[in-house]
Design a binder for this molecule. Structure first.
Ligand code: 16G
Length: 240
């Protein structure tokens, strides 16, 4: 499978070989890989080359190393396609995973000037501040904080936000969630994120801010989320 007399570097062939085995399901999350020495002997290549390939696969999230134990196939990232305005619950259901939430904060607070501006309400006006850990098949994926005008979205309860917020807004209140703008930037986990997402402080996360609007242009939510960068990737389809 590894060809020596071709213009493709050997380390790169190893990367493709392992990626392909993961994508086809021949290697599954948690499976252990042969040691660098065994791998090198099997394919008659240098250990350095194997190390180079494994390191790149670790850096790209395909494999992870456990000190003293070896190299293992990592949990693969969830790919979310960014077309259409969907909720976390809908996204998870669409990929056959069980959506879940762990509510860690639910309170009505006075809007700061920044929140008030973004929600187009008066400063100090009442807003729900809702912090949830979003789970996919019981694994924490994101930490999400929603700010929602309490005068617009009435009757929110802890039970409701333990389910789907969008389902409540659309099916119970009959509002039409229509469009949103979203900014994604990379960052590293702070204390709170590392605690709730089960990752190390300083691990990579993607911070997302979504401003969502109803059909008539009224802002319905301001959401600040942190997604685990080791478990999530976003796909955008573009047409020219
Ligand atoms: C997604 C949205 C969030 C929305 C939530 C509703 C992003 C970055 N955020 O997590 O803005 O509030 O879905 O989910 O995609 P729910 O209906 O399951 O409560």
């Amino acid at each position: 499978m590894i060809k020596k007399n071709v213009p493709i570097p050997i380390y790169y062939q190893i990367i493709e070989l392992i990626q392909e085995q993961i994508e086809k399901g021949e290697l599954k999350p948690g499976d252990s890989l042969p040691s660098e020495r065994e791998f090198a002997e099997k394919y008659q290549i240098s250990r350095m080359t194997v190390r180079q390939a494994f390191t790149q696969l670790v850096n790209n999230g395909y494999l992870h190393r456990l000190q003293g134990k070896g190299t293992f196939v990592a949990e693969q990232k969830i790919e979310q396609t960014l077309h259409g305005l969907t909720s976390f619950t809908e996204d998870m259901k669409a990929r056959g995973m069980k959506p879940g939430s762990q509510l860690i904060h639910f309170e009505i607070i006075p809007a700061t000037s920044q929140i008030a501006r973004q929600l187009a309400i008066k400063e100090y006006g009442p807003v729900y501040e809702i912090k949830r850990i979003r789970l996919a098949d019981d694994v924490p994926m994101a930490l999400e904080t929603n700010y929602i005008s309490a005068n617009l979205i009435k009757g929110l309860t802890e039970q409701i936000v333990n389910q789907s917020l969008y389902a409540y807004i659309e099916n119970q209140l009959n509002f039409r969630i229509d469009h949103a703008s979203q900014v994604i930037e990379s960052s590293v986990a702070n204390q709170m994120e590392s605690q709730h997402l089960n990752i190390q402080k300083g691990a990579p996360v993607m911070r997302i801010q979504r401003n969502t609007f109803l059909q008539n242009g009224t802002p319905v939510e301001l959401v600040k989320s942190s997604y685990r960068a080791d478990r999530y990737k976003f796909m955008i389809q573009m047409k020219r």
